[in-house]
Design a protein around this ligand. Sequence first.
Ligand code: 13P
Length: 341
Amino acid sequence: MNLSELNKIANAMVAPGKGILAADESSGTIKKRFDAINVESTEDNRRDYREMMFRSTEAMKNHISGVILYDETIWQKAKDGTPLVKVIEQAGSIPGIKVDEGTQPLPNCPGELITIGLDKLAGRLAKYYEAGARFAKWRAVIDIGAGIPSHNAIHANAHALARYAALCQAAQIVPIVEPEVLMDGDHDIDRCFHVTEWVLKETFQELYYAGVPLEGIVLKPNMAISGKKNGKRASVQEVAEKTVRMLKNCVPGAVPGIAFLSGGQSDEEATAHLDAMNKLGPLPWKLTFSYGRALQAAPQKAWGGKAENVGSAQRAFSHRALMNSLASKGEWKADLEKKAA
Ligand code: 13P
């Protein structure tokens, strides 16, 4: 492993004013997104949609440090025959790849899941490196509910994340370590804070046992936030303060950067939270975005599967990329959203 090279890539992924586009929806998830805009989920439509974002040249060059791809996309070619990986590289962004193979029920832990995909991962990583991927993603899912999460689910998922991270680094690929505590329940922000703290503590302990140098990873956590079904929503300031406190308790300063998932927050909420956290700086690590839904909801709606809408979809995408870029520097203002509307 060449750690200084891994560290260089990790730093580039969280470079000032830049964040990551998570465009790695599995076939099932992208179908759900396309259903919502009445677009059939064919291979060509998925390609056209993603190519639209990757060819948003200004946004890609200035605000998007890297793109997480799904297996199908890393092998796909743009309409003109250029591999999509090349389109991303030519825009000055780094191609990355989702390598987990989804989740399965965890035995003896009703309602809890374990992420799978470790068995043949070393071979798959070598192929992805050859195809141009310089970072990867593995998502562990932890749900909050009555009597869950259990220690076994947290521990098993943290262990899998650490094994994945070690395999990535051995393949000269920067692992995005993503332990996601879902915001689907009716829990309050403090429950989310405590569960996420527990999950992060276990994750960093397992990374330590697996010998993973932290200079060569990027962490992708959830924020400390109220569950979606909780009637009492924590304010932007409370989310920012509690998330930063939680991260300071758990994430060593050796980690170059933390790139949040949006997890079902609205576009503007995800931006406002990131901005408020960066306004609390200076912080030990870069804090930026690795958003899926909060970057793509607006362009998806504007596109609607029609070639004539590519321009307006690209403008919608570029706007969200710019807003989140400003937020990653603590320079966003709510007025900027209204002006664009
Ligand atoms: P969201 O921002 O939509 O949560 O997606 C990010 C991601 O990559 C989840 O694994």
